[in-house]
Design a protein around this ligand. Structure first.
Ligand code: B16
Ligand code: MG
Length: 216
């Protein structure tokens, strides 16, 4: 088992499953604009910022939109999405995820969140983890979204560790790529389980317990 001083978790698709809410909100916008959008395309938006996601969706439109129209669309999607997030509660945090994180912490690992989402703090609040992590870095604190490593580098810095001492846990190809570029080891879950650049490919969140411990 490798020693990691810090573990940096992605949020959407790793700690909780807001990915379906992103899908429903983008789908509602795309339908209104008459743009084709499906689950497979939604997978490509994992870890990608709101505006970059919108630009990818608009590639399927024949129309060219102004920046003002685009920011109105992004706002509209976020309003749908925030409406869906109000349904979330601590019941949306699985026992497996919480118990695994508790056990990692007992082994001495420091835990952080590294999310592209500007809604990350709100989501953590909804699921009862507002004060749980040693550091939270979200989309409002970064200039470049994944696959740029900024979010993870900042999270490692906030924990006080070097990238080589931290493990990144991700569900997105863009997130694994960000980890690689930042010099982190990574564990791929869900969609990212098929990503060959991840050091570990996990079928279940609890498999982290056979991957990581800390020498502290
Ligand atoms: P927001 P993560 C990412 O979260 C989502 O995977 C991605 O689909 C979303 O577009 C992005 O956050 C921005 O989210 O619109 O809430 O700012 O996976 O990095 O935790
Ligand atoms: Mg994710």
């Amino acid at each position: 088992m490798k020693q990691y001083k810090g573990i940096i978790f992605d949020l959407d698709g790793v700690i909780c499953f807001t990915d379906q809410y992103h899908y429903l909100a983008w789908k509602k916008l795309a339908d209104r604009l008459n743009i084709y959008f499906d689950q497979e395309m939604n997978n490509r938006l994992r870890g990608v910022s709101r505006m970059d996601s919108l630009n990818l969706i608009l590639q399927n439109s024949k129309k060219v939109y102004t920046d003002a129209e685009k920011s109105a669309f992004a706002k509209e999607k976020n309003e749908y999405y925030r409406g869906l997030l109000t349904r979330m509660s601590p019941e949306d945090l699985s026992g497996e995820v919480k118990n695994t994180m508790d056990a990692l912490r007992e082994r001495g690992c420091k835990l952080a969140v590294g999310s592209s989402s500007k809604n990350a703090r709100y989501i953590l609040e909804r699921i009862g983890l507002a004060h749980y992590f040693d550091a939270v870095v979200d989309g409002s604190q970064i200039r470049h979204s994944k696959p740029n490593p900024e979010v993870f580098l900042f999270a490692a810095q906030r924990l006080g560790f070097l990238p080589q001492d931290c493990l990144v846990v991700e569900d997105a190809f863009a997130g694994i790529e960000a980890a690689v570029r930042g010099g982190f080891d990574s564990a791929g879950l869900g969609d990212a389980r098929s990503c060959s650049s991840a050091q570990y490919r996990l079928a279940k969140f609890s498999e982290l317990l056979s991957v990581a411990s800390s020498e502290q």
